[in-house]
Design a protein around this ligand. Structure first.
Ligand code: FES
Ligand code: FES
Length: 203
């Protein structure tokens, strides 16, 4: 039997959804007594609702589908890119319930009912987000393939840590890959946005 369980370990709690075989959805949880439990049930498709940038998308998905695939193919939001599909490059980074995640490592059904932000939600109409403007000003992109992931990663860091230091910015950005820019201009763009936000905090 093929086992393709993917798990996320956060704060000592294992939360995992995976496939034991085509159509068999498994969940692994740590119960209140600290024991690891596995349950499995047959499922072909499940209706889920993703709230993407404030709009609800209700779709029917097979449990094996990744979140990035469903966002792009079923919801038509193609700004989020797919690179390695193995959690390495960060091109697929989005924000789920206030947390930057690699959407190639998450199953769509794990995001049912959750608030999701993608690069399409950064600009306010024609007005770009300050970080997008800074990317332009500092030439922080060339081919642009990695850019949506870097933007969402950095926006989340700037919003959750308004006093983020230059060193912390380096640490955050080190999780994503860019094959073109050499990183220096991305770092400059994020640092300048952080300094700007500190001077004029959002009201
Ligand atoms: S496509 Fe998700 S980390 Fe590379
Ligand atoms: S700008 Fe080309 S991969 Fe980053």
């Amino acid at each position: 039997m093929e086992i393709t369980v993917r798990s996320i370990v956060r704060g000592g709690t294992i939360r995992s959804v995976g496939l034991l075989a085509p159509g068999v959805l498994s969940t692994i949880v740590r119960d209140t007594a600290g024991k690891i439990r596995l349950s499995a049930r047959m499922i072909e498709k499940a209706p889920i609702t993703l709230n993407i940038n404030g709009q609800d998308y209700t779709v029917s998905v097979e449990p094996r589908r990744t979140l990035v695939d469903v966002i792009r193919d079923d919801c038509g939001q193609t700004g989020t890119h797919i690179g390695c599909e193995h959690g390495i490059c960060g091109a697929c980074t989005i924000i789920v319930e206030g947390e930057a995640v690699r959407s190639c490592l998450m199953f769509a059904i794990q995001a049912d009912g959750k608030r999701i932000r993608t690069v399409e939600g950064l600009a306010d109409g024609d007005k770009l987000h300050p970080l997008q403007t800074a990317f332009m000003a500092h030439h922080a992109l060339q081919c642009g393939f990695c850019t949506p992931g870097f933007l969402m990663l950095a926006v989340n860091a700037l919003e959750t840590n308004p006093n983020i230091t230059d060193e912390e910015i380096l640490e955050v950005l080190s999780s994503n890959l860019c094959r073109c820019t050499g990183y220096q201009n991305i770092i400059k763009a994020v640092r300048s946005t952080a300094h700007e936000m500190r001077r004029a905090p959002a009201s």
